[in-house]
Design a protein. Structure first.
Length: 172
């Protein structure tokens, strides 16, 4: 049920239970979610090392449809926040339209002072892939991510990359 943002998750959960979604369901979910963000959340294997290595080579950023507050809490709680400048984090509740709209990604590209053609979006879902397409950036899809299941591999372009582990990013 996950992968398209909290509003969709809440709506799907109520629909699956056959219960009408109360007007305050999203607010209640987010309040509970905020208290449990790090209960079972861990970085994928080697992610701290990969971010350290890549951060020494190139600017890094986060583009997510998650709310900004939750994103910052997760990055901080996993000791990953130090890899991203405060203004290099674009979240789903900010001024830019959510992915797959390209505005947030294009803002981060501009902020980094590079061209879209010199940018690699790393993600795991069709939404991430479409975001990269819409912004004319390269894309690398993480086969190990929860959003990869059911990805239409026949739609990948020859320039699209797919990795099996975070450490594989160091070879791109």
């Amino acid at each position: 049920m996950v992968g398209d943002g909290a509003p969709t998750l809440v709506a799907r959960a109520f629909a699956a239970a056959g219960i009408e979604c109360p007007a305050d369901a999203l607010d209640r979910f987010l309040a509970i979610y905020d208290t449990r963000l790090l209960k079972h959340t861990r970085p994928y294997s080697q992610v701290p090392h990969v971010l350290e290595t890549l951060g020494a080579r190139t600017p890094l950023a986060v583009l997510t449809n998650k709310p900004l507050r939750a994103t910052r809490s997760i990055l901080s709680g996993l000791a990953l926040a130090r890899h991203f400048d405060e203004d290099a984090i674009v979240a789903g509740d900010g001024v830019f339209a959510r992915k797959p709209e390209p505005a947030g990604l294009l803002h981060l590209v501009s902020r980094a002072g590079v061209l879209p053609a010199a940018t690699l979006l790393v993600g795991d879902s069709i939404v991430d892939w479409l975001t990269a397409r819409n912004a004319t950036t390269a894309v690398c899809l993480a086969r190990y991510g929860f959003g990869f299941d059911g990805f239409p591999l026949d739609q990948l372009a020859p320039v699209d990359r797919v990795i099996d582990a975070p450490i594989d990013l160091l070879n791109l």
